[in-house]
Write a protein that binds this ligand. Sequence first.
Ligand code: AHR
Length: 327
Amino acid sequence: MVRVKMMAAAAMTGLLAVSALAGCGDKDAAGGSDDGKLVMGFSQVGAESGWRTANTNDIKAAAPAAGIELKFSDAQGKQENQISAIRGFITQKVDVIAFSPVVTSGWDAVLKEAKDADIPVILTDRAVDSQDTSLYKTFLGSDFVKEGKEAGDWLVKDSAGKTGPINVVELQGTTGAAPAIDRQKGFADAIAANPNIKIVKSQTGDFKRADGKTVMEQFLQSTPKIDVLYAHNDDMGLGAIEAIEAAGKVPGKDIKIITVDAVKDGMTALAAGKINYIVECSPLLGTQLMELAKKVHAGESVEQRILTQETTFTQEQAKAALPDRKY
Ligand code: AHR
């Protein structure tokens, strides 16, 4: 009897799951959802950092506020998952596809499939390296090269007058991802004219706190003199702080730390003196993304590149900004 009841409950759960899926954004024959809403398929990178969580939350809140039905898919850091999510969105005939590409390369085939199906694509947060820019309508996000340059400019200023060697270790973001490539370049360009500032170690920490900690532990073991840590995001910097403290050193003093993002945890560490400088990268792209989706769906022309507004923070500025920091 118990077994029969369990089977009936399982069958019911299965039915509910299927009908929830079927009812969620099913398009009628003419396109659009059953209730006439614009349907957006969004493929997110994953949940690797505080920035990513804030970005996901912002997009999930902005869609209903704009009257858009969102089909959200988490790629868990894997390009193949993003490609199959996009293919799924094409099969479901969503109105607009938006995605934040895990890496820059390898998108042409699936983007062409979306174009052939007449579904406009919006890149958000990260770029692709496709030569054919007609494969997407627009790219909304930060200038990552500028972010890296601002990080390097701060170090050059902070090092003014110092003639001895300044050894920098770099925690890079995900290999092949636009922010990792561009933040490395911007920083290297900024310090290039100062031969005493040297990047002595550079390795990926995949934008994750745990990896930032592990790689920093290795840096500390293998490199006798580390003056500066440049981390491509706050999370890796925060993981590295744990490793630095465990090694008996004082973050922000014995080793100066520069990061990118300015999420609440990063800003808290900056205000506490454990980080020295943060270059902001805003995750709040949702509202702009929804406006763009409506425009491209209506066939209106939009700018090919839309830059996000952002700033930089010193320790004093972080103290002032923290009480109002939303993410
Ligand atoms: O693409 C934006 C970057 O991705 C953020 O700086 C980082 O924290 C995230 O994981």
